[in-house]
Each structure stands twice: as structure tokens, then as C-alpha cells.
Design a protein around this ligand. Structure first.
Ligand SMILES: Cc1cc2nc3c(=O)[nH]c(=O)nc-3n(C[C@H](O)[C@H](O)[C@H](O)COP(=O)(O)O)c2cc1C
Length: 387
């Protein structure tokens, strides 16, 4: 023991011990002389629920330490498993503006939050407590929001990790979302660049029915007419706030409903553009329902001939049956009796628990050639073999 009573623990030993404490990763952002600044922190800790307070610790030698004062507003973003590059960027010493090219959300002007974070908070520093070579910053939280789904980035043993989802003992497949106590969610996309009547009415009706069939279901309608996405031009989805929002919503959903008007005999450019932005895995193993609407019945085969092959590439679990609507089937006032029955069936299929076989498709690429069938059942001609 030292004369002070403290055990002789070297900085290496102390840091080594804490390297064994796995933690989530946050970026704390604020405005510094009119410009955004932020840094990576694992020291974020909840302190009080009433009133909501959190703390984080800052090394006294860090640049942020000079700028964080009493009553400085801060934005705290808890990083998702795919944001390790952002964590490194906000911890790096490179002389770049850390926020350059980074998609941010400003819930309150002047308080930067990172797009794609799994949870965000805003608050004000209410107390500074000197603590050795660090300072503890207490922060009163004024606004907070957690995404219902999404996995965290973890920091352990000086490396980034992700949570491994272990199967339940004795379970044949991964636990279902309801077994995990997770809310099921349906994201429905109105893939029309122009204001739509039939497409929107079909989506609204189906979402309402799905909510009735599955109480507690979260439904979210993305209207590409109200939230147009820029043309997919090779930028990363995370570079653009609107794209990030939509991509993340769809990625976090358990089922997806896509509705497109017919333009020039096929699905809309707005839908293709959305699919161009979507990472392949965002629809993988998910139930996806399809609706198309046209001014005439001529293009009723579009779903089967054009849309299903396109979505098969995403390894989505496509709900059988095509719903093709004309003005006789649905209007502002709602669907006809037959259409209502078809949309009801679609709503039920969208929220049903995923069948076991659906899990097996996860991670596998689509098989382009069928297995050879032995003996006399062997197929000679396959209309869908790879080119
Ligand atoms: C995973 C991780 C967690 C970190 N946690 C903290 C922390 O809680 N407090 C802190 O002061 N620095 C922490 N750092 C280091 C700072 O992010 C880093 O020193 C940064 O460059 C400080 O930026 P600034 O000088 O602009 O304030 C962490 C770094 C990493 C990689």
C-alpha cells in the first residue's frame, strides 16, 4: 500500500483491467465556436431517472475538455454495430473536421447527433467534477429517443465487437422476434414520386388491418412522394440523411410492404431507386408483400414477371399472390369487397411469424440453378438458370 492508502496500480494494469470491461460506444457532440465538434466516449453512464441525468468522463488533456463548460448543450449518440469507423474517426487525432461528410440529425439546431445511432439524447452540462486526470461531466437530459431495434457497437479488449446472437438451448432455429420480446414492425413504402391515391389507400388499409391482426405491431409508412430520395449515384447511404432514415427503417423492420404505381408498363423509378440504395441484407429472410396499381388491368402480370425476380435477388421471403389494383378496386373511400379480402390476407401474411424455412435462407446467396433431380424426374430445361 502507498502512504495515501491507495494500492500501487500502474496505469497499464488499470487500463488493462478496464479493457476487460465491455461497453457500448457513444459520440458526444456539441458546438465549438460555431462549428460542430465531437468525440468518442465509452464512459457514458446513466445517473438518475428523475430527473434524467447521465455522466461522461473527459480526459483533461483532450481538446473537448477546453470547450465543454457549465450549460454547454450536448448531443449524445449511441453507436450501432456498423459505426466502428465513426467511432475511430471521432477518437482520431487527424486534423480533419470530424463531422465532414458524416450524416447528422439535428433535433435541436446546434446539437449534433449522428444519423444511424441506435439511441440519441440531448442535454445540458449541469455540473463538472474534477477527478484525477479526468473530469466528470454531469448532464441533464432534455430529450431522448431509442430506436426500437438495431444492435450496438461494443468495445472490448481495445477492439470493436458486435453482440453474437446465440440460439436458445434446445431451439431448432433462432428465437422468434416475439420469443425475444421484440416488437414486430411493418414498414410500408408508397413508391410513387407523384401524389398517389390508389397506392396510398391500399397501403393505409393494409397497415391498419395488420395492426388489428397483430396488436402491438409498429407500422411506419414511408411515402416517397413526401420524402423523395436522391438518385442512387454511388454515394454511401450513410452520406445522405433521407436515405439513411429510410434504409434504417427498412433494415429494422420485421416485414416490408412495397406498393408501386405502374409507369410505362412496369414498377416506378422511385421503387427501383429505393432498391438501388438498399443494402442486400436489408430484406433478407423478411416477409415482403407486393402491391401494384395501374389505370388499366393490362399490366397485372408485372408483379410476377418483373418485381418478384428483382426482389428474389434480395433473398426476401415474398408473400405469394399478386395484388394488382385499378380504379374499380380501390379509391379514396377504401377497397371493394374483393380487394378488401385480398388485402386482409396480405396483412395477415405480413405479420405471421416467419416460417422456420425462412431462417435457413439467411446469409445464403440465392441459388441460381436448381438442384439436379435424379432419375426420370430430372429436369432438362430450366427456364430460370443463370446466364
Ligand atoms: C472506444 C473509445 C472510447 C473512448 N472513451 C473516452 C471517454 O470516455 N472519455 C474521454 O475523454 N476519451 C475517450 N476516448 C478517447 C477520445 O475519444 C479521444 O481522445 C479523442 O481524440 C478526444 O477528442 P478531442 O481531443 O477532440 O476532445 C475514447 C476512445 C475510444 C476509441
Amino acid at each position: 500500500m502507498h502512504a495515501s492508502g491507495a494500492a500501487a496500480v500502474s496505469p497499464e494494469t488499470f487500463k488493462g483491467v478496464f479493457s476487460r470491461l465491455a461497453s457500448g460506444v457513444a459520440v458526444i457532440g456539441f458546438e465549438r465556436e460555431g462549428r460542430k465538434h465531437g468525440f468518442t466516449a465509452t464512459s457514458l453512464t446513466p445517473v438518475s431517472v428523475e430527473p434524467p441525468m447521465a455522466l461522461f468522463c473527459v480526459d483533461n488533456s483532450n481538446e473537448s475538455h477546453q470547450h465543454l463548460k457549465l450549460y454547454t448543450p450536448v448531443g449524445i449518440s449511441i453507436l450501432s454495430k456498423v459505426q466502428s469507423e465513426l467511432s475511430s474517426r471521432f477518437a482520431g487525432k487527424a486534423a480533419v473536421e470530424r463531422y465532414t461528410g458524416v450524416a447528422t440529425i439535428e433535433h435541436t439546431p446546434g446539437i449534433p447527433l449522428l444519423s444511424g445511432a441506435i439511441a440519441c439524447m440531448e442535454g445540458t452540462i449541469t455540473r463538472l467534477v474534477p477527478a484525477g486526470d479526468h473530469t466528470i461531466f454531469l448532464c441533464q437530459v432534455s430529450w431522448a429517443q431509442a430506436e426500437p431495434e438495431g444492435a450496438p457497437l461494443l468495445y472490448f479488449s481495445r477492439q470493436y465487437h458486435q453482440l453474437a446472437s446465440l440460439p436458445q438451448p434446445g431451439a431448432k432455429g433462432p428465437p422468434s422476434r416475439s420469443q425475444q420480446g421484440m416488437t414486430r414492425s411493418l414498414v410500408a413504402v408508397i413508391a410513387s414520386a407523384a401524389p398517389s391515391v390508389r397506392t396510398a389507400a391500399a397501403i393505409q388499409y393494409t397497415c391498419r388491418r395488420a395492426g388489428e391482426v397483430a396488436p402491438g405491431l409498429r407500422t411506419d409508412i414511408v411515402n416517397l412522394n413526401e420524402m423523395p430520395l436522391p438518385l442512387c449515384d454511388g454515394r454511401k447511404p450513410t452520406d445522405i440523411v433521407s436515405v439513411t432514415r429510410v434504409v434504417e427503417k427498412i433494415g429494422a423492420a420485421s416485414s416490408v410492404l412495397l406498393a408501386t404505381p405502374i409507369y410505362r408498363g412496369t414498377y416506378s423509378a422511385a421503387l427501383k431507386n429505393l432498391l438501388d440504395w438498399l443494402p442486400l441484407e436489408s430484406l433478407e429472410g423478411k416477409r415482403v408483400g407486393l402491391i401494384a396499381s395501374g389505370s388499366t388491368p393490362h399490366h397485372y402480370l408485372m408483379i410476377d414477371m418483373a418485381l418478384r425476380p428483382l426482389l428474389a435477388w434480395f433473398n426476401a421471403v415474398l408473400i405469394p399472390g399478386s395484388i394488382y389494383l385499378t380504379k374499380d378496386d380501390i379509391s379514396h373511400d377504401g377497397p371493394s369487397e374483393t380487394t378488401a379480402a385480398n388485402l386482409d390476407a396480405l396483412a395477415q401474411a405480413l405479420v405471421a411469424e416467419a416460417p422456420r424455412w425462412a431462417h435457413r435462407t439467411r446469409g445464403a446467396r440465392p441459388r441460381l440453378r436448381p438442384r439436379r433431380t435424379p432419375g426420370r424426374h430430372r429436369r432438362r430445361h430450366t427456364p430460370w438458370s443463370a446466364p
